[in-house]
Design a protein around this ligand. Structure first.
Ligand code: NAP
Length: 435
């Protein structure tokens, strides 16, 4: 059985790495995009570059940057290299590493592919690109003796992928329970703690720079599903399409629902969850009820958190900034340094295809009811096999916990309740397991 080191040596022998070991004194970076992240990288290099050079012996220089509009004013830009809006001019440049911070799938995909084909290492922060093309781009990188690194694409400032790359080698991650979208976490924290409506909380997130101009991908859960798909691919070596993950957004969650959940000892959080079994994964992204003692329950505001449950190393929780120019650029720079050291990304050993299976969890059931309707509705739920427990009645509301059920089963209960005039509203939140 070939060792990982053996594989790396062979790959390097097959095609010389673009960057020789030991680290060169000067790394030329081609930067795709000078928005929040691209400017964050320029700022980081301006402020920390000399210190890094003194410590690591590597000098980083952005020798060219590609943007849409080169005349746009920017707080931070490469001090010497040109800023161009001509992709052909950028492509003519000679780089030791290309950093992709354009976002979206095109032209990012075409540009990244061009550089990987030339054997140039690429560092990206782009989860949409990886969720759609990650496995193919990794194969392209490996086939051309180079690498594609993406620490910043999942939980931006948290060094999650490098923990998985360098540590926990003898452990298997069985379960991931995370908050991977800072905008959703910020908005839901405001709804729960301050009783704000969605619109107010999103407006504040905009003012504080925690939400994009169009936060649809964040609030719909799609952004978190893309990140969870990348994480599952890293953990299993097998691609999981983001659209195979059951995904619900937080847009409908109300202050009242947060208060009802809190009365039963739960916090409603924007959860990304995956259970990894042999050849199968059970995953969801949704506003879910997290028991107050759980490691992620108290992580609020715009923070991200990742809780990994492993078979041998026990639980591990990482908390940090999930967005922002500097935290994201910091993870990018770690990747560029890894590239400069000549580190290829550790290839994950491919396993059997991953089968997405339905996730079974208990559910927190919240019904808005007519007065005196609770008993008959509870009887109906029992006859449907839902077995409600921990039942709490509040004015015109009934809250209960169900036995573990799939989403499909819960949807059939919703269908059962919908014709009842006594039930004005029925809401169901998955309950996160574990502590
Ligand atoms: N912002 C964060 O906190 C964060 C955190 C983690 C990961 N990310 C990821 O990092 C990437 C960049 O995010 P961002 O927030 O920095 O985005 P952004 O502020 O919108 O910046 C995008 C940059 O790409 C340039 N660009 C866009 N389309 C282009 C095209 N067709 N050709 C040439 N240049 C183009 C833009 O040029 P102009 O400036 O001329 O318009 C801009 O400089 C995304 O994949 C995002 O998901 C962001």
């Amino acid at each position: 059985m070939p060792t990982e080191t053996g594989d790396l040596v062979r790959r390097k022998a097959a095609r010389p790495a673009r960057i020789a070991e030991p680290p060169p004194g000067h790394v030329r970076i081609g930067l795709l995009g000078l928005g929040t992240v691209g400017q964050g990288l320029c700022r980081l290099l301006a402020e920390k570059g000399p210190g890094i050079e003194a410590l690591k012996g590597v000098r980083f220089e952005v020798t060219s940057a590609l943007v849409r509009d080169r005349l746009r004013g920017r707080a931070f830009a490469p001090p010497r290299g040109p800023v161009t809006d001509d992709a052909a001019e950028f492509l003519r440049g000679d780089y030791d590493c290309v950093v992709e911070a354009i976002g979206g799938t095109e032209p990012a995909h075409a540009l990244v592919s061009r550089f990987l084909r030339k054997g140039v290492p690429v560092v990206t922060a782009n989860k949409a690109l990886l969720a759609e093309h990650g496995p193919a781009l990794r194969a392209l990188a490996a086939g051309n003796g180079t690498c594609l690194r993406a620490e910043a694409a999942v939980a931006a400032g948290i060094p999650l992928l490098s923990v998985l790359e360098h540590s926990l080698q003898a452990a298997s991650v069985r379960r991931v329970t995370a908050i991977l979208n800072g905008t959703s976490n910020f908005v839901l924290t405001r709804i729960a703690r301050e009783g704000e409506r969605l619109g107010e909380a999103v407006a504040l997130a905009h003012r504080l720079g925690f939400a994009e101009a169009d936060p649809t991908l964040d609030l719909s859960g799609i952004d978190a599903a893309q990140k969870l798909a990348i994480l599952v691919e890293r953990l299993t070596g097998t691609a999981l399409p983001a659209d195979a993950i059951e995904t619900d957004g937080i847009a409908d969650v109300t202050p009242r629902e947060c208060a009802l959940a809190a009365a039963l000892g739960y916090a409603l959080k924007p959860v990304a969850h995956a259970e990894l079994g042999e050849g199968e994964v059970r995953a969801f992204v949704a506003p879910a009820a997290v028991p107050s003692g759980h490691a992620i329950a108290g992580v609020g505001e715009e923070l991200n958190v990742v809780r990994l449950d492993t078979d041998t190393a026990g639980p591990l929780t990482l908390v940090g900034k999930g967005a922002g120019g500097l935290p994201t650029a910091s993870s990018i720079l770690d990747d560029v340094l890894a590239v400069a050291r000549g580190a290829a990304e550790a290839p994950s050993s491919p396993r059997a295809p991953l089968h997405p299976a339905p996730c079974r969890t208990p559910w927190l059931l919240m019904l808005t009811l007519a007065a005196d309707a609770a008993d008959s509705v509870l009887d109906l739920l029992r006859s449907a096999g839902v077995r409600p427990r921990e039942i709490r009645e509040a004015p015109q509301a009934l809250v209960a916990v169900t036995a573990p059920e799939t989403r499909e089963r819960i949807e059939s209960v919703r269908t059962l309740l919908s014709p009842l005039r006594a039930v004005a509203d029925a809401r169901f939140f998955r309950i996160v397991k574990g502590d």
